[in-house]
Each structure stands twice: as structure tokens, then as C-alpha cells.
Design a binder for this molecule. Structure first.
Ligand SMILES: [Zn+2]
Length: 154
């Protein structure tokens, strides 16, 4: 039974890892370039779109897998393992859905010419930070402050 468990755990881990957006060519910034010009917006739209497609495929795979895997095990231990696995996948799916929503919000910002600026203080978030976190809505300083505040209230 332990081998079955191990195999399932590693599969769940793999699906969580692939929720990350795929690699892309970092944007080649030229010296006199204006922040969030058309090229840069296209660059981030592409990243966000690919990421979203990726996530949606992931969600579909999870649902399909849960359907095909829903067996009635006679052994209560097997049943428990399966329930554990399903609840893990449901949580993953929930996380993916939330992420898709954030990606949609970022794309709306791109449409409205509002992408890449801090929601807190209005400064440029920066190309490299956005490449690392395409759904970022705060600059590093505001994000850090927010995290400190969250820690204090927690
Ligand atoms: Zn800020």
C-alpha cells in the first residue's frame, strides 16, 4: 500500500509545480524605452495568456483524473487515501481558479492601460518584477509594507 501512496503523492506534487507559468524569453529592454509601451504590453499579455491556457489545461486534467480515478475501494485505508488525494486536488483546483481570476484582472488592466503600476503608490512596478510575478499589483516597497502589516495583525 505504501508504494501506491507514494506514487500518488508525487503526482499531486507534480501537478502543483506545473501550475507555475512556463518559461519565456525575458524582455530585451532598450535604453530609451518608455515604460509599458506597446511592445512591453504585448510581452506581458503573451505571458499572461500562456499562463492562463496552461492553468486551464491543468484544471481540466484534474477534473478528468478525478472522474476516471473515482473507484470504490473495498479497503477503508484505500478509500481514505483516495479521499485525501481528492481533497488535495480540489484545493489545488481552487488555487488555480483564483490564479486565473488574478490573471484575468491583470489582462483587464493591460486593456485599460493601467498594467504595471503600483496600486498603492502609483510607481512603476518594473519589468523584471512583473516577469517574476506577472499578476503583481504592488511595488516591492508597498508589498513589503503589506506583508509587515499582515504579520502584525495575524
Ligand atoms: Zn507602491
Amino acid at each position: 500500500m505504501t508504494t501506491v501512496k507514494k506514487k500518488r503523492a508525487s503526482r499531486a506534487k507534480k501537478s502543483a509545480a506545473s501550475s507555475q507559468f512556463k518559461t519565456f524569453e525575458p524582455y530585451k529592454l532598450s535604453k530609451s524605452e518608455e515604460y509599458m509601451n506597446q511592445d512591453q504590453m504585448d510581452h506581458f499579455r503573451r505571458i499572461l495568456q500562456n499562463w492562463k491556457v496552461n492553468l486551464m489545461e491543468e484544471v481540466e486534467r484534474t477534473v478528468g483524473h478525478m472522474k476516471s480515478d473515482a473507484t470504490n475501494f473495498p479497503d477503508p485505508n484505500d478509500r481514505a487515501t483516495q479521499e485525501e488525494e481528492f481533497s488535495l486536488e480540489l484545493r489545488t483546483r481552487d488555487r488555480e481558479r483564483k490564479l486565473i481570476k488574478k490573471i484575468d484582472e491583470s489582462m483587464t488592466k493591460l486593456d485599460e492601460d493601467d498594467y504595471g503600476f503600483c496600486d498603492g503608490c502609483g510607481v512603476e512596478i518594473g519589468i523584471r518584477r512583473l516577469e517574476a510575478r506577472p499578476t503583481a499589483t504592488l511595488c516591492i516597497e508597498c508589498k513589503t509594507l503589506e506583508e509587515i502589516r499582515e504579520k502584525q495583525t495575524a
